[in-house]
Design a protein around this ligand. Structure first.
Ligand code: TYD
Length: 206
């Protein structure tokens, strides 16, 4: 298989990280190098984003302004994540031949940081130069089940709330309806093993 840039998307609690880890183990079992590298990244901008998500330290009067700021931050982090000379994921794919598995990419910016139609266009402008992934996998989980899963976690980040997740889920549906590159949508309330098998079968086309 040629080295792939694979993105996993879905609302909080949908199981992206678990599937990313399964996939990495699968590739390595096949003797192929693979790296799990999520967004927000572990770089300086990603760390700043994590601080903001854990405790809202940015003073904005409205949710719209806050989301606009987040849109800029995530786009800046994305550029770093793709292209930086130390551990940029596209150099790792293209020069080291490593599969890249990325939980969250620009789809999350549309889903989380766009509210009104004009916000959607704003996010589109910010992200228009980023390449689509070789494969996109969407884990579709009902919000009720996501909240149950998140309930078990110690601390909730600023987006992990019911109203927000409902909007995020709607935004994903809208975005994926018109998506024209390789895409696999899966009902995420199956066992991790069953999901993994379907993902592996889907990737055989490459
Ligand atoms: P998440 O994958 O939930 O990280 P973790 O489970 O390790 O805490 O990502 C953190 C949050 O970032 C998540 O709620 C979605 C949000 N996010 C955006 O709002 N816009 C983006 O462009 C991205 C990549 C993430």
């Amino acid at each position: 298989m040629k080295p792939l840039f694979i993105v996993l998307e879905g609302i909080d609690g949908s199981g992206k990280t678990t599937q990313a880890d399964y996939l990495k183990t699968y590739f390595e079992g096949q003797g192929q190098a693979a790296l799990v590298s999520p967004e927000p990244s572990s770089g300086p901008i990603g760390q700043l984003i994590r601080q903001v998500l854990a405790a809202n330290i940015l003073p904005f009067a409205t949710a719209q302004e806050f989301e606009q700021q987040m849109g800029y931050l995530f786009a800046a982090d994305r550029y770093y994540h793709l292209y930086n000379a130390q551990d940029g994921i596209l150099p790792a794919r293209d020069q080291q031949g490593c599969h890249i598995i990325t939980p969250r990419y620009y789809f999350s910016s549309f889903a989380y940081n766009a509210h009104r139609p004009e916000d959607w266009q704003f996010i589109e402008r910010l992200n228009q130069d980023f390449p689509p992934p070789d494969a996109l996998i969407y884990l579709d989980l009902p919000v009720e089940q996501a909240l149950q899963r998140l309930g078990a976690r110690q601390q909730r980040e600023c987006y992990e709330k019911e109203d927000k997740l409902r909007e995020v889920s709607r935004n994903y549906q809208r975005l994926l309806e018109n998506y024209s590159h390789p895409l696999l949508c899966l009902a995420a309330n199956q066992s991790p093993e069953a999901l993994h098998q379907q993902i592996v079968a889907f990737l055989q086309q490459f």
